[in-house]
Design a protein around this ligand. Structure first.
Ligand code: PSU
Ligand code: MN
Length: 302
């Protein structure tokens, strides 16, 4: 069997009830233990409060899992760094074929969500084009161009080159839609100031866009962006200074490829002494709640 689903997720999908996919790289490579596990569980709870069923996605011993139990999330969250493969599109044959543990990125989670028939996925931030390295383009952007899943996020961290990231999304044919905002959120901060393609106000409107994309069978992803609540955002200067320092250190230490994002995330958290962590958790849980509402609205439409 290709996918192993939690019974609750399978039942919900078969009955046409709303399901929201959640990624696992933020558990293994994005946040430290025990914050990672607490946040993953809080995201699941927020999805449930919005009337949908959460499905955290990962690969355990080479088996693609759709929905993890509490104990499995805790297990994954405690695995030593370096023993879990960060899984984007290129990593699936390796993780499955070699029976490894792997955590799915945005790209990896989209692939599994589509296999499982899950249309809505919530995360914190997507990967993008790295500052100063315009050829380090996250596989997330390419996946958004080819896999029909709606991703709900807070934009991308300004560790990335946000204008170039929007350009690549445009080339890939991905609409970027603000939920209650006209500008691209910059993860820790409410707005990057960059204008978006469209704005929706309600989960119903978001659901209409998703339904239209499926009806037209365009086969690309949709990106819905939800700003971190204003009261909880990081001062822009604090975020920017930490990001600049972390990116410079990554360059100086020769960090490359898939290690760049986890390195910079960890250093930003250290430099801001937990300030960034708080904003990160709040936006993750908020995005899970919004995604749950969008999935619920979509289930009512279809
Ligand atoms: N951005 C965050 N937190 C994260 C990630 C991105 O703020 O945990 C993770 C996501 O799983 C995303 C991946 O898909 O990093 C992007 O990595 P890369 O730049 O190597 O494509
Ligand atoms: Mn990258």
């Amino acid at each position: 069997m290709q996918l192993q689903m939690l019974p609750e997720v399978q039942t919900a999908l078969e009955a046409g009830r709303p399901v929201v996919a959640l990624e696992s790289t933020l558990i293994t490579h994005g946040l430290p233990y025990p914050t990672n596990v607490e946040t993953a569980l809080a995201m699941e709870a927020a999805v449930r409060e919005s009337g949908a069923v959460p499905a955290t996605i990962a690969i355990l011993d080479g088996v693609i899992r759709v929905g993890l139990s509490r104990d499995e999330i805790d297990y994954l969250g405690q695995l030593p760094a370096g023993t879990v493969r960060k899984c984007s599109r290129r990593d699936f044959p390796l993780a499955v074929g070699l029976k490894q543990n792997a955590a799915t990125t945005v790209a990896g989670t989209m692939i599994v969500a589509q296999m499982a028939g899950i249309k809505v996925f919530a995360t914190g931030g997507i990967g993008g084009v790295h500052r100063g390295h315009p050829h380090d383009v996250s596989a997330d952007l390419i996946e958004l161009g080819r896999t029909p899943v709606a991703v709900v996020c807070s934009g991308a961290k300004s560790i990335l080159d946000l204008p170039l990231t929007l350009e690549v999304l445009e080339t890939q044919g991905v609409p970027v839609i603000g939920v209650g905002t006209d500008t691209l959120p910059a993860f820790y901060t409410h707005s990057s100031g960059l204008p978006l393609d469209a704005r929706v106000e309600t989960p119903q409107e978001a659901a209409q866009v998703i339904a239209a994309a499926y009806m037209l069978d365009l086969k690309q992803g949709l990106l819905f962006t939800v700003p971190v609540p204003k009261a909880d955002e990081l001062p822009e200067a604090t975020a920017e200074a930490a990001i600049k320092q972390a990116t410079r250190e990554a360059d100086e230490q020769g960090v490359a490829g898939k290690d760049v994002t986890p390195f910079v995330l960890r250093r930003v958290a250290e430099i801001t002494e937990g300030q960034s962590k708080r904003a990160n958790i709040i936006l993750l849980v908020n995005n899970a709640r919004v995604a749950g509402k969008i999935a619920s609205a979509l289930a009512h439409l279809s």
